[in-house]
Design a protein. Structure first.
Length: 285
């Protein structure tokens, strides 16, 4: 029955700018008005909330921005955070290795109402790897060299990489039903979707990314002077990345975890390291 009630309501509301009379139907405690002329609609139309249950305009796409901030790091292919002795110089200071990601997810109105939904997106991802040891990174055509720097003592030695990324998310929404509203203005009917912010969401998906810039930022003292340097290079970072992501949230706040499906550095040019990020998310659910 519900399957057929919605089209009837939709027809009623979309006929507001047509001709003739107003017909009223009642289903239980619900009133349904089929209006054939805008002139027949008085100012009391706004008192009726029946159009709050309308179906979405399926062609309407809405972009929703969100922010992710978290801790950035990498692990061995065996998923160990403890690096072997020959890689000890690459150990990170996790308190200062951070990630920030700014994204826009796109929702089709029909998907916004669904319990299960698919959402593509676009965004920028900033990764910082802050090294714990007094390390110096050098690159050649086919290798990345991590060496202990004995000439200076760094206060900061950080590798930063920036990625353009395309997330593809599949989500499960529980609770927080969407509501619709119809506004009639000069004979035009505008259907608006109001999605509840108090739904529980579980999301999973993949993120494709392309490295659009990388650099090393250093800070150190030498001979009584303070120095800050920036070194731009690709550092043989993998130009493409593929990441698995999982998220859980309530309302506009949640948590996320990202796990790299590709190595941080290009194959054969550095030890195989798998990047990961964990943190909090604001919006996007």
């Amino acid at each position: 029955m519900k399957k057929w009630i919605t089209p009837i309501i939709l027809i009623g509301c979309l006929s507001v700018n047509a001709q003739g009379d107003t017909t009223q139907y009642r289903f239980g405690d619900k009133k349904i008005l089929i209006v054939k002329s805008v002139d027949d609609v008085d100012s009391g139309w706004d008192d009726f909330d029946i159009c709050d249950t309308l179906a979405d305009d399926e062609d309407n796409v809405e972009g929703i921005g969100y922010l992710q901030v978290g801790v950035n790091g990498y692990m061995t292919p065996s998923n160990s955070l403890t690096l072997p002795i020959d890689m000890s110089l690459m150990e990170l200071d996790y308190a200062k290795s951070r990630s920030a990601s700014f994204n826009i997810q796109y929702y089709i109105n029909k998907m916004k109402r669904s319990t299960v939904y698919i959402s593509p997106g676009l965004g920028l991802d900033y990764k910082s790897y802050f090294f714990k040891n007094n390390v110096n990174i050098g690159t050649g055509n086919d290798t990345v060299l991590f060496a202990l720097d004995t000439a200076r003592t760094y206060k900061k030695y950080k590798l930063r990489a920036t990625y353009f990324q395309v997330p593809l998310i599949v989500g499960l929404r529980l609770g927080g039903k969407s509501k619709k509203r119809v506004d009639v203005n000069d004979g035009e009917v505008n259907v608006q979707v109001r999605r509840s912010e108090k739904s529980f969401n579980i999301q999973a998906g993949v993120i494709g990314g392309y490295n659009i810039g990388s650099l090393i930022k250093t800070k150190y003292d030498q001979d009584g002077a303070k120095y800050k340097d920036k070194i731009k290079d690709d550092f043989n970072l993998n130009p493409f990345k593929l990441t698995a992501t999982a998220r859980i949230g309530y309302g506009n706040f949640g948590f996320f975890a990202n796990y790299g499906l590709t190595s941080l550095f290009q194959n054969g040019k550095s030890p195989d390291l798998i990047p990961f990020t964990v943190g909090v998310q604001f919006g996007g659910f």
